[in-house]
Design a protein around this ligand. Structure first.
Ligand code: NAD
Length: 216
């Protein structure tokens, strides 16, 4: 696969380059702040950078007719509008979390949160101290699945790749569901699955659950 990478110099950029090249993929476009290297036409662009990169990334996808996999967090409604519009031209996969465990976590909450209607609920997320946004995009995704107003607490400490806990509690019992990412490789691997999905998918706007369920 010929791919482009926005945020090429970042922590996720490094992880994605390593994982994709171990599968023989060809990095033909590198984009970062003050950095633009073009060696060919990408079939897919992968963006794990910053929300302010979105307009340029969308433009690049249109220029090359490249599909898009975007993992950048803290996107606003305007960013989503740009991405949905791009989905009318190519396949776009957007997720705030490209790990399979979080996709399962979402499904668990979707199906079972109603059993905890009368219980208190609280989401706690912990990430490394360089993460720029809070709460995490993943915590917001999990909150949406709980389906009611839920407080989120964010810790920014050490080198933690990403930990999410959803607590349900009543006066006598506590029930918790927890997911920990043990490395950034898990997100890079999910991004690659999404990129391969794009090559086969019809144009459209997809999430990572669509990728895992093969919903083309
Ligand atoms: P990072 O700070 O290490 O890297 C970000 C890179 O993007 C930097 O090299 C920076 O220079 C570059 N960048 C910033 N603005 C840019 C612009 N306008 N154009 C091009 N490049 C630009 O951060 P990171 O840990 O690699 O995370 C990057 C993003 O991915 C964050 O939004 C993070 O929350 C998100 N993330 C998502 C997932 C997921 O599964 N969806 C997993 C991990 C991280």
């Amino acid at each position: 696969m010929k791919y482009g990478l926005v945020g090429a110099k970042g922590k996720m950029g490094k992880e994605i380059r390593e994982l994709f090249s171990s599968h023989g993929d060809d990095l033909v476009l590198e984009v970062d702040v003050d950095h633009f290297v073009e060696r060919g036409i990408p079939e897919v662009i992968v963006d794990f950078s910053s929300p302010n990169a979105v307009p340029t990334t969308v433009e690049l996808c249109k220029r090359y007719s490249a599909h898009l996999v975007i993992g950048t967090t803290a996107l606003t409604q305007e960013h989503f509008e740009l991405l949905r519009e791009l989905g009318q031209h190519v396949a776009v996969v957007q997720s705030f979390n490209f790990s399979e465990g979080i996709a399962i976590f979402q499904k668990l909450l979707r199906n079972f949160s109603r059993l905890f209607t009368d219980w208190d609920c609280w989401i706690v997320e912990t990430h490394h101290n360089q993460k720029k946004d809070a709460p995490s995009g993943t915590a917001l995704m999990l909150k949406r699945e709980v389906g009611r107003e839920v407080p989120i607490s964010s810790l920014r400490i050490g080198g933690i790749f990403g930990e999410h806990v959803v607590y349900f509690a009543n006066a006598n019992e506590v029930f918790e569901i927890k997911h920990s990412a043990l490395s950034r490789k898990v997100f890079a691997s999910g991004a690659r699955k999404a990129a391969l999905f794009c090559l086969k998918a019809k144009k459209g706007f997809y999430n990572f659950l669509d990728v895992l369920e093969g919903g083309i």
